[in-house]
Design a protein around this ligand. Structure first.
Ligand code: SF4
Length: 360
């Protein structure tokens, strides 16, 4: 099955990052620190940047958090989005502190007049506004109309707010999310919205769960949507440290072929032919290459019989054997080393490969 081309959407701007209109799908995450604790928040954002986070969202639950943004923003290298619930004044304060974007659920800002105030402040600041529709906090009249937060209800809520913000207020630096904790409702909502609007969408499955179930749910929903060309930015929501969200987001983008960054590892599942500690070796390779930003595909294979052949597409690979190991490039064996030198020889070969490619 071929991945479909990206759906054409409008371009919006979160600070200096462009979203939509064929620009690369942007990876976002959200801090888990208390925003008022400036040093912890900055440290976490820097860690996330290093891992490949391109836009960060922070909770702004009170005035002190809004003020803390003044100190946080100058110390980070990616645009910041303030997450606002209920109080329009906090949105205005966050924008005055330099936030590059807002995430609001207009339904809980209570009243069109307050949403208008938020939009006017965003217009003055040139900030992007995400209309974050959420199955858990849908407007009462839509719940009544549809009986439960059906995908159609999420879409109607998003279109209604777009109509007000874009149609009535004339503000277009807007993107949309339609989140549900159910994979199929999420997929259906984004599909339907994308059929009816060309505003860029922020993908995510809300409250997806811990690292394993959350990764599976997110990979399923986001994988389907990305393969259909839907999605301009995304966040994987996990009950886990946010750095894991960024890692999983990149793995989804790499697996769908939407973007490339850093290492992609092909590894055999091991079988009765394997005579080395392949799982330990794999973990070490993953740890040592984690910081790489340049894209490279490597293979970690259990045996010399099938390893190189099975991993022909990898740029550099290793295959274990009895007392010896092989290093290969694109399936061609280039070195034979003693088993205890296998890891270091492999890492040398990766460095050599990257240096040579740089020169090309
Ligand atoms: Fe088994 Fe070798 Fe294939 Fe790994 S590469 S699964 S050890 S045959």
């Amino acid at each position: 099955m071929e991945r479909k081309p990206r759906r054409p959407t409008r371009v919006v701007e979160v600070g200096w990052v462009k979203i939509g209109g064929g620009h690369p799908v942007v990876v976002q995450s959200m801090t888990s620190t208390d925003t008022r604790d400036v040093s912890s928040t900055v440290a976490q954002i820097r860690e996330l940047e290093e891992e490949g986070c391109e836009v960060i969202r922070v909770a702004v639950p009170d005035e002190a958090a809004a003020q803390a943004l003044r100190e946080i923003i100058p110390q980070i290298g990616i645009p910041l989005i303030a997450d606002i619930h209920f109080d329009w004044r906090l949105a205005v304060a966050a924008l005055k502190s330099g936030a590059h974007g807002l995430r609001i659920n207009p339904g809980n800002i209570k009243g069109r007049e307050n949403v208008r105030r938020v939009i006017e402040a965003a217009r003055r600041a040139g900030a992007c506004v995400r209309i974050g529709v959420n199955a858990g906090s849908l407007e009462k009249d839509l719940l009544k109309k549809y009986g439960w937060p059906r995908p159609e209800a999420l879409v109607e809520s998003a279109l209604r707010w777009l109509d007000f913000i874009v149609g009535d207020l004339g503000y277009e630096n807007v993107k949309v999310s339609l989140k549900s904790s159910d994979v199929w409702h999420t997929v259906a909502a984004y599909r339907e919205f994308s059929r009816r609007s060309d505003f860029p969408v922020h993908l995510g499955v809300t409250e997806a769960g811990g690292l394993l179930p959350g990764t599976v749910k997110s990979a399923l929903a986001l994988g389907i949507l990305l393969s259909e060309g839907i999605g301009d930015t995304l966040r994987v929501s996990l009950t886990a440290p946010p750095v894991e969200e960024v890692r999983v987001a990149w793995e989804i983008l790499k697996a769908t072929g939407v973007r490339r960054r850093g290492v992609e590892i092909v590894a055999c599942p091991t079988c009765g032919r394997c005579e080395i500690d392949l799982i330990g070796l794999y973990q070490e390779v993953e740890r040592r290459l984690r910081g790489l930003k340049a894209p490279i595909k490597v293979a970690v294979m259990g045996c010399v019989v099938n390893g190189p052949g099975e991993a022909r597409e990898a740029d550099v690979g290793l295959a274990g054997g009895k007392g010896v190991g092989l290093i290969f490039r694109r399936g061609r064996i280039v070195r034979k080393v003693r088993e205890e030198e296998l890891l270091s020889a492999f890492l040398e070969e990766v460095e050599r490969f990257l240096a040579e490619r740089e020169k090309e």
